[in-house]
Design a protein around this ligand. Structure first.
Ligand code: C2E
Ligand code: CA
Ligand code: CA
Ligand code: CA
Length: 277
């Protein structure tokens, strides 16, 4: 039994170590990178599915570290959340996005930018005043700022969440529920919340050939419309997907078919073109 115990330990230990070490190395480098120039925001256009016009952009975090190379946000964001570094990083993201709004609105006065908010940021007591401060400092029209939050904020019990959403809404900021349909939120929440957009998760969009996903996508669009919200589909990669989304009157689309996420200057160039189909 002792023997087996030791073997079991040896079997599990190396992989656990590798993960723990990787995590520590990422955390160490992230702390060093704070306030520096390793982080960048990329921007992925959102297009109106009727006109083909670019109506907004989503800011997506990119991190290139001298030791680690490009670190995928799916890896870096959870560590930033656990260490709460996301609060400081998130502040920089909001600030940079608002500065980018000022640049983009010189090209198109109606353009908006969306930032992703982590649940950790969403639960920080200063979020609303922080965003308010950045809006005042940069002087942007708050209508041009969107926040994308996942359904998980709706699951947690939520007079707090409703209050934050109401306060953001009072500032004029637009709220988008990201990855809609993948969480377990009670739909009844939706009617009490000031939500402007539902973003249909790319897992449904990717396999629109699957009739179940087609049904879900249709249902989300219908639900949003009946609640006075708009819809955007993410992960649009093919002309067929675009066509289907157009026939069911989904408002906006985002995905590699239109454009991948771009560096700020490339995003500006694309916006000069204005239309993506
Ligand atoms: P998300 O918010 O759902 O973002 C969509 C992801 O899909 C992005 O990955 C984007 O590059 C990718 N994508 C866009 N179009 C397509 C497409 O047509 N096909 C496919 N297969 N993928 C597409 P990315 O940039 O790696 O970000 C992954 C996730 O990391 C995001 O998912 C978001 O949850 C998180 N994230 C990224 N940037 C930030 C940030 O600034 N703050 C926070 N809190 N989270 C972020
Ligand atoms: Ca998003
Ligand atoms: Ca998403
Ligand atoms: Ca996602």
């Amino acid at each position: 039994a002792k023997e087996r115990g030791r073997n079991t330990f040896q079997f599990f230990a190396p992989s656990m170590n590798t993960l723990a070490v990787e995590r520590m190395v990422i955390e160490k480098n992230m702390r060093k990178a704070m306030g520096g120039t390793e982080f960048q925001l990329y921007y992925q256009p959102k297009v109106c599915l009727q006109s083909g016009k670019i109506v907004g952009m989503e800011a997506l975090l990119r991190w290139e570290n001298p030791e680690l190379g490009f670190v995928n946000p799916q890896k870096s964001i959870p560590i930033a959340e656990e260490t709460r570094l996301i609060i400081q990083l998130g502040h920089w993201i909001i600030e940079s996005a608002c500065q980018q709004i000022k640049r983009l609105e010189q090209i198109n006065p109606d353009i908006s930018i969306a930032v992703n908010l982590s649940v950790v940021q969403f639960n920080s007591p200063d979020l609303v005043s922080e965003i308010k401060g950045v809006i005042e400092d940069t002087g942007i029209d708050p209508q041009k700022l969107q926040v994308e939050v996942t359904e998980s904020i709706l699951i947690q019990d939520s007079t707090l969440a409703i209050n934050i959403l109401k306060n953001l809404n009072n500032l004029g900021i637009k709220v988008c529920i990201d990855d809609f349909g993948t969480g377990y939120s009670s739909l009844s929440y939706l009617k009490n919340m000031p939500i402007d957009y539902l973003k249909i998760d790319q897992s449904f969009v990717r396999d629109l050939i699957d009739p179940t996903n087609e049904t879900i996508t249709c249902a989300v669009v219908a639900l949003a419309r009946s609640l006075g919200m708009k819809t955007i589909a993410e992960g649009v990669e093919t002309a067929e997907q675009k066509k289907f989304l157009q026939t069911i009157d989904c408002d906006e689309g985002q995905g590699y078919l239109f454009s991948k996420p771009l560096q700020a200057c490339q995003a500006e160039e694309l916006l000069l073109k204005g239309t993506l189909f």
